[in-house]
Ligand binder design. Structure first.
Ligand SMILES: C[S@@+](CC[C@H](N)C(=O)[O-])C[C@H]1O[C@@H](n2cnc3c(N)ncnc32)[C@H](O)[C@@H]1O
Length: 233
């Protein structure tokens, strides 16, 4: 059943059309400071805490889920935060259309959809192509954080990262079971309450990268069939 799309009129929401019409992202933030991106913000638990911790950073929280974006905006207003903006947009589309190289101080992805069935694994957001895409948009030294409760996803991303030229592991091991000071997202909390452990991966973009290892990603042509359901919610 298709749900009604909630119109989001919050001043913290950036309609995609504004960027399509030529506005620059930095115009939407009050302060000129580094920009970090959360992909798949859900209803905003994580970004609210992170933005409180780091007022010296501007945060863009994105999701393709309309109600999640709506709730995240309400929570930003309630928390009185001025350094967060929200967009309802698909991650690859956003990056390849509206970002330039070396423009992100950090990227956070928490508990992305695990696509547990083997035949659906190719739908996972975080794979080699995607982390290579992120590398292009991260600042030299910029952080990439990934968390999941799903064993197979956590292990595969922890194994993948050392094989992608241009990333340096910020941890002593491939993954950690906790990151000091790292906020807990809604899904993380849910899994922790059930006694499941979380995998955290934290890498940084190297400051010196061979140019051949850093290709400009191809422009993402837009929403794929699998996003059409979420687009209508
Ligand atoms: C399992 S939820 C996790 C939400 C939140 N990060 C948390 O940990 O509580 C995954 C979220 O990612 C969003 N999402 C999935 N793929 C996305 C994409 N390609 N671009 C933007 N958001 C995406 C989904 O709509 C969903 O809200």
């Amino acid at each position: 059943m298709t749900q009604r799309v909630i119109e989001i009129t919050s001043p913290f929401f950036i309609p995609r059309q504004r960027l399509e019409d030529g506005a620059r992202l930095d115009e939407f933030f009050e302060k000129d400071q580094p920009l970090a991106l959360e992909i798949g913000c859900g209803i905003g638990d994580f970004i609210i805490q992170l933005a409180e911790q780091q007022p010296q950073v501007n945060f863009l929280a994105i999701d393709i889920y309309n109600k999640g974006c709506y709730k995240t905006c309400s929570r930003i207003e309630t928390a009185g935060l001025t350094n967060v903006r929200v967009m309802r947009i698909e991650a690859r589309y956003l990056l390849t259309h509206f970002f330039s190289a070396d423009s992100l101080a950090a990227v956070y992805i928490n508990c992305p959809d695990p696509w547990p069935k083997k035949r659906h694994r190719s739908r996972r957001l975080v794979n080699r192509d995607f982390v290579q895409t992120l590398l292009y948009y991260l600042n030299p030294g910029g952080d990439f954080y990934f968390s999941t409760d799903f064993d197979d996803y956590g292990e595969s991303v922890a194994e993948l990262m050392p094989t992608v030229e241009g990333y340096i592991n910020a941890l002593d091991t491939g993954f950690a079971r906790s990151l000091p000071g790292y906020p807990i997202s809604k899904y993380m909390r849910r899994f922790l309450q059930k006694g499941q452990e979380i995998y955290f991966v934290h890498c940084r973009k190297a400051t010196q990268i061979r140019p051949e290892a850093l290709q400009r990603p191809a422009i993402d042509p837009g929403f794929r069939v699998r996003w059409s359901r979420a687009e209508n919610e």
